[in-house]
Design a protein around this ligand. Structure first.
Ligand code: ATP
Ligand code: MG
Length: 477
């Protein structure tokens, strides 16, 4: 006798599940919740806000009937081309799809689709842990349908494909990125067969849009320990397809007994460090890219040894090209990453030179609102394995942070506003916009940052008059 499948009705307490099941019963069809929701419930992760439902037959039909029975007139978005429909209720999005069988052409990740059974639909999914379904029909409510042993893979923390991984990954190469992403997010291992198939198929990633790749990359970057993902991406051959700049950092060279550190592995240590302190995706990006300028600037110079002169500047220029290539937004987020890369060595230089007030003022002025993020990046950049040095560097940064607070409390340069404006200068000397106005403004700003005058109106006004006189301007007001 076949034993009854295990039942997880407790996963389905949201009343929408009963409603979907009853609606399917009325239509004399079957409906299941499938994929991430089932996996996350069984892993006791946070309950997802997006739910995937598969219907035997038309997913769109089921969606429309369910929406009609829901209070509050929820919207139904129909994607006819995909045969899917999305019902949005407050706090919950349910995507409906008809069970399907897929067959792929080699050049595209858009399959030819025909109606199929539940098992066909489970077979087309990426991993066995994502292929588990719970029945929603009344008679079988909560029963687990798990033809590929996802539950046992979930317990062994293993990512296995429901069918031959060479076919799964070649059909839709995005799944290779998803494998690495889930391995990183969930702390799972990729099965040996699947891993070998990724190594074999990594070139297929080139048919995937940059946006899709970046979506997965962001999930990897936002994981608790992103290095797991990046090391997998590198070892399998995937990384070179979208972040060759990182691969260029790999390796240690030795000349005349002098070695430099391997900036590739160093980078991932920095990313893991920063992940402990911030969930800010863009600050994590900054950590990932903070050293990319080191590959093109690396030189061996007698008698100093290895140098990377200007790598921060070169790196910040590379950020733009990289974002552009990956079709990422070229907006203030990118500018933030550029700024972090550009300034990434400044606090270190500061703590080496002894902290003068004027150097701190300049740093606060240049970093502005992002000074805290910059300090977080620099602290994450400490990856020395020597415990004494580790302690010393952290102590130095603690001092720099303290100094930043003191100087900022006194001088307010974080959101620097010129204490005399261009208009005031023009009015005082009865002149129009001209070079002298800029010169005076600039000299006042420099004097404040150097600590020659305080950041106050009166001092700035006096200085303006003196500078005007020197430039041969007449005071008229
Ligand atoms: P999360 O929402 O946490 O990213 P998820 O597993 O729910 O994880 P979705 O992208 O929401 O991922 O996809 C929902 C389900 O659809 C997956 O669980 C999986 O069964 C299936 N799926 C998604 N993308 C693919 C794909 N590229 N190939 C095969 N199946 C996929
Ligand atoms: Mg999901």
């Amino acid at each position: 006798m076949i034993p009854n499948p295990p039942t997880y009705a407790s996963a389905l307490q949201n009343p929408i599940f009963k409603l979907i099941g009853q609606t399917a019963d009325n239509m004399e069809t079957e409906a299941y919740v499938i994929g991430g929701f089932v996996r996350d419930y069984l892993m006791q992760r946070n309950t997802p806000k997006d739910i995937d439902v598969v219907a035997i037959g038309s997913g769109i039909d089921l969606a429309q009937r369910v929406a009609a029975r829901l209070s509050g007139n929820p919207s139904v978005q129909v994607f006819k081309n995909f045969g899917t429909a999305m019902v949005k209720t407050p706090g919950l999005e349910v995507e409906f799809v008809g069970a399907r069988k897929e067959s792929y052409q080699r050049h595209s990740r858009k399959p030819a689709v025909e109606n199929g059974s539940l098992k066909d639909d489970q077979l087309r999914r990426d991993f066995t842990i994502n292929a588990m379904a719970l029945s929603l029909n009344e008679k079988t409510f909560g029963q687990l349908l798990d033809p590929f042993n996802g539950l046992s893979d979930l317990e062994s923390k293993i990512l296995r494909t429901p069918t031959n991984p060479n076919i799964t990954f070649s059909d839709d190469p995005l799944r290779m990125m998803r494998a690495v992403r889930f391995a990183t997010q969930l702390g799972f291992k990729i099965s040996e067969e699947a891993y070998a198939a990724i190594e074999q198929n990594h070139n297929r990633l080139d048919i995937i849009s940059r946006e899709r790749i970046v979506d997965e990359l962001h999930k990897i970057l936002l994981s608790p320990k992103p290095s797991v993902g990046f090391l997998l991406l590198e070892k399998t051959g995937l990384l070179q397809h979208f972040l060759p700049e990182l691969i260029a950092l790999k390796g240690i060279e030795e000349i005349e007994g002098q070695r430099h550190k391997d900036n590739f592995y160093h980078t991932f240590e920095v990313v893991d460090n920063i992940a402990k302190y911030t969930d800010d995706l863009w600050l994590r990006w900054a950590a990932l890219l903070h050293d990319i300028g080191k590959a093109p600037t690396k030189k061996f110079q007698e008698p100093i040894g290895w140098t990377f002169h200007g790598h921060e500047f070169v790196g910040s220029k590379m950020v733009y090209k990289l974002f552009k290539r990956l079709k990422m937004p070229l907006n203030e987020k990118m500018k933030f990453v550029q700024k972090m890369v550009l300034l990434s060595s400044r606090p270190i230089a500061l703590s080496n030179d002894g902290v003068t007030d004027s150097a701190v003022r300049r740093l606060i002025f240049d970093a502005g609102e992002d000074i805290d993020s910059l300090m977080t990046l620099c602290e994450a950049d400490i990856t020395t394995k020597n415990p004494n040095r580790f302690q010393k560097y952290h102590d130095n940064f603690r001092m720099v942070r303290q100094k930043i607070e003191e100087v900022e409390a006194r001088d307010h340069v974080r959101n620097f506003q010129p204490p005399v404006s261009g208009e005031q200068i023009m009015e005082t000397f009865g002149i129009g916009p001209c070079r002298e106005v800029g010169q005076i403004k600039d000299a006042i700003k420099e004097a404040i940052l150097d600590g020659k005058i305080p950041n106050e109106n009166q001092a700035a006004h006096e200085m303006m008059l003196k500078l005007g006189e020197k430039l041969g301007l007449q005071k008229v007001h």
